[in-house]
Design a binder for this molecule. Structure first.
Ligand SMILES: *Cc1c(COP(=O)(O)O)cnc(C)c1O
Length: 382
């Protein structure tokens, strides 16, 4: 009996399954919408119709389940679809606690749409564990939502401490772990009930698939059952071609993330003393507010995301971004190409993001090229 393989090996082999018909190392893409019934009307393979179930999607789900040490994963057509489906799966009325600083579109949904569905959202600084304890309402709070590290300031909430509070209050804890990736943090092992990913980002890693996932812990079966039902009804499951792309992307997840962490750390260290930069936000920097907790909670690095605040303000930040060549100005993150974004202008009014901030998603280019490009762009501000 071989010893139990690690998630790293599992991901590299896309679950390790060899196609039984052909011996193919890379599984075929199942595009069928429907599955044959037996003469007695049963479904011998357990598959009925592709709105609830697809074998290619299931293969990708199996890899994410192994990476997250979960019980079951559901893939959706986007990260937003995954997160909103979880919110809609909660018993109503539902009070949700969410971070003030979190992925902006999701925060917007909670702030402006959720009430129509019997959901009341309270936004707080979830890095303040005592504040979470004071805000949670036993019996009423159905979900505590964390994002770690939190976009775009990269604050670190204490997943294990918040899990204990949520558990005490009878609420589920879900963590948007998109930027940590399963390589750097395993929220379910820290007591969370659900992990969400925008698989559009690091899991796929090549900026060519929109996808999202929910992975449920062993004990979160009620929520999982509700989400399975909802996805089957709404049909917001990932398509098989996207699932196959995602499977390919995840084969290199560990090496990509390891390199991105290393490059991000080098950039953060080099930029923190740059004359045109007021502050570098990166949990890997000693002295950053989340550093001690991140050291305890994360393994193998501090992620490929960092933000810089430009000393002379918003106009200088936008001008610096305009002078870049290697870095591409675009939203999104977690791809092999480095992206930079002026977050405040895309988030719009009411954003907690400072106007002088540029968000950096570190790709796989040479660190020397990335640094030289940033340096010339920053120095251009005379
Ligand atoms: C991109 C992103 C989302 C939303 O995912 P989509 O796949 O774009 O719908 C949610 N959370 C975080 C942290 C993200 O970066």
């Amino acid at each position: 009996m071989p010893r139990k393989i690690t998630p790293e090996t599992f991901a590299a082999q896309a679950g390790g399954s060899i196609d039984k018909e052909t011996g193919a190392i890379v599984a075929p893409i199942h595009i069928t919408t429907t599955f044959e019934r037996a003469p007695d009307l049963s479904y011998p393979k357990g598959l009925i119709y592709a709105r609830p179930d697809n074998p290619t999607v299931a293969q990708a789900e199996g890899v994410i389940t192994a990476l997250e040490h979960g019980e079951k994963t559901l893939l959706f057509g986007s990260g937003m679809a995954a997160a909103v489906s979880l919110f809609l799966s909660l018993p109503k009325p539902a009070h949700i606690i969410a971070p003030t600083v979190m992925y902006w579109s999701l925060r917007n949904w909670l702030a402006t749409e959720a009430a129509k569905f019997g959901i009341e959202a309270t936004f707080i600084d979830t890095t303040d564990t005592d504040l979470v304890a004071r805000t949670v309402r036993p019996g009423e709070t159905k979900l505590v939502w964390l994002e770690v590290p939190a976009n775009p300031l990269w604050q670190i909430s204490d997943i294990a401490a918040v899990a204990a509070i949520a558990n005490w209050a009878g609420a589920a804890l879900a963590v948007d772990s998109t930027c940590a990736t399963p390589v750097l943090t395993r929220p379910l092992k820290l007591g969370a009930d659900v992990v969400m990913h925008s698989a559009t980002k690091y899991l796929n890693g090549h900026s060519d698939v929109i996808a999202g996932s929910l992975t449920f812990a062993d004990g979160a079966s009620d929520l999982c059952t509700a989400a399975v039902k909802l996805r089957g009804q709404h049909g917001n499951i990932l398509g098989p071609f996207e699932a196959a792309m995602l499977l390919r992307g995840m084969r290199t997840l560990h090496v990509r993330v390891a390199q991105q962490c290393q490059t991000a750390m080098t950039l953060a260290a080099a930029l923190k003393d740059h004359s045109r930069i007021a502050e570098v936000l990166y949990p890997g920097l000693v002295g950053s507010p989340g550093h001690a907790l991140a050291t305890k909670q994360m393994t193998g690095g501090f992620g490929g995301m960092l933000s810089i605040r430009i000393a002379s303000g918003e106009a200088a930040a936008i001008a610096a971004a305009a002078r870049l060549h290697v870095w591409k100005r675009a939203t999104s993150l977690g791809g092999v190409e480095s992206l930079i974004e002026h977050r405040a202008s895309i988030e719009g009014p009411g954003t907690p993001c400072p106007p002088d901030l540029l968000r950096l998603s570190v790709g796989l280019e040479s660190v020397d090229d990335l640094l030289a490009d940033l340096d010339q762009a920053l120095i251009g501000n005379t």
